[in-house]
Design a protein around this ligand. Structure first.
Ligand SMILES: [Zn+2]
Length: 109
């Protein structure tokens, strides 16, 4: 097993002097058992400190990540002026009011 790939987790863990089979998470001071590989530590980081977990191993987890494209789309919309907002609100109120009336009135005229 090549250790260079997962060695980055050592930035967030330190060895426990008294127990060579344990490592301590620098972020939450939790002790983890250390079995020759850093899988445990990577898993701990991913689960408890995802902001520090570097997923550069190539396997991108398709978890519920915040889609950045949505924010860009929102930016493209022109901001509504106060007047326009009021107009829209009134239109909606009108529409709702109409909807509650008998259908005849809408159809008539
Ligand atoms: Zn931790």
């Amino acid at each position: 097993m090549a250790s260079k790939k997962s060695s980055k987790v050592w930035e967030y863990f330190e060895k426990v002097k008294d127990d060579p089979k344990k490592v301590k998470c620098k972020l939450c001071q939790q002790l983890l058992s250390y079995h020759t590989t850093t899988i445990n530590m990577a898993y701990h980081l991913k689960r408890l400190h995802p902001q520090f977990h570097d997923d550069s191993s190539g396997s991108t987890s398709a978890s519920a990540a915040a889609p950045r494209l949505t924010q860009k789309k929102i930016d493209l919309r022109p901001p509504l002026s106060e007047k326009r907002k009021k107009e829209i609100t009134e239109k909606i109120a009108e529409f709702v009011a109409l909807d509650m009336r008998p259908v005849r009135i809408v159809e008539g005229e």
